[in-house]
Design a protein around this ligand. Sequence first.
Ligand code: PSV
Ligand code: MN
Length: 436
Amino acid sequence: MSSPEAARRALAARVAEVASRGAAAHQEEFGQLAARLARRGVDVEALLARLASLRIAVPSWALGTGGTRFGRFPEAGEPATLFQKIDDVAALDALTGANGEVSLHIPWDEPGDVAAARQYLEASGVACGPINSNTFQDGARPNDPRASWKFGSVSNAFEEARARAVDHNLHVVDLGARLGSRALTVWLPDGSNHPGQHDFRGALDRTIDSLRRVHEALPPGWSMYTEHKPFEPAFYSSVNPDWGASLLVARELGENCRCLVDLGHHLPNANIEQVVAMLLRERRLGGFHFNDSSYGDDDLTAGSIRPYRLFLVCCELAAGEADGLVDDHPLDLMIDASHNIKDPMEDILQSTEAILLAHAQAFLVDRAALRAAQSANDAALAQEILQDGFRTDARPLLREARRRKGAALEPLRAFREIGYRAEAAARRGHARATGL
Ligand code: PSV
Ligand code: MN
């Protein structure tokens, strides 16, 4: 078996070989776009540098085929171990130049030998991004009424169940610290299914009390993210249902707690870009779980259903960045999607492309002109300015940023051409990845 360093070098060579075949066409397209943007006063080099600096973390749980409660159809060559998941993230990064970070989920990715996992991450050039605690699948004591998370974890009426949930979060922080992470993401399944089941205020009090113990134990330089969601698995109420509750919890816990926005965790027609603007204003935005949806928490490919919504969210990020609202805490950008019919890596490549494209288009919006139109109450002009960014085909910029990093011009095509999955299938066989 080759070392992670050797595997990465071999992959990079194959990616470069595929890229060389498209180089001439790319140069022509990029040259035309760069000239057009330069005429409009865009600093193309600065834009390329900003795009090159974007890092989109890969969720470990999306590297295997997702399922629904109706079935699961695993692909051959799925990663069976944490090390294989890290291999897949390194391969994604070789293709995109933007995926060099993995977001782990515990206990799905419990490493066992932590030092070995850290060493493998480093040798693979993969950073450990925000780490997630799972208190929604209580494998340990599901049938012990006083300790089980059946009726909630950190909000549970029983002290023993809450203590176990706090301990699990502390364990995840400890693990994350040893793996090089700097943030804990807490998404809670806690809620109720029946009116009257929960004392809403009591459940929130207990949630905050429990999470305070986790927040107080964060190592220096760490952040904690609260991730809201209106329903599922609880279908009547959730303890952290929306951005207002999430902000309230974050404020009560203290300065190292921020809110994470999962694009799929809003009630229909919610104005997510405005939520983002509010959290930026409060300096409490921590990061994102990018995905897309038609109905609820569908976990579809980012930008596949409502690319304009994704663009508008990125416009708020670009505006917040320009106004200095993220200087003290760079945002953690992550994908959170789970696919049951596509090759999971292909889907991550598509999500990554959509997120980068929406950022590029948002950076192209003429902020000064937009502000002037807003100040003049010129709604029509403001719309023109915004949509000019959205309607620019910015893909040559992404290709150029990738070319300069030695990544693929067209990541999905390159993934297929180098035959990554077929090779993985030959080596790994038909394993079943841990995760959803
Ligand atoms: C819950 O729906 C969620 O969005 C949380 O981020 C979880 O950690 C993730 O999905 C995986 O279940
Ligand atoms: Mn999420």
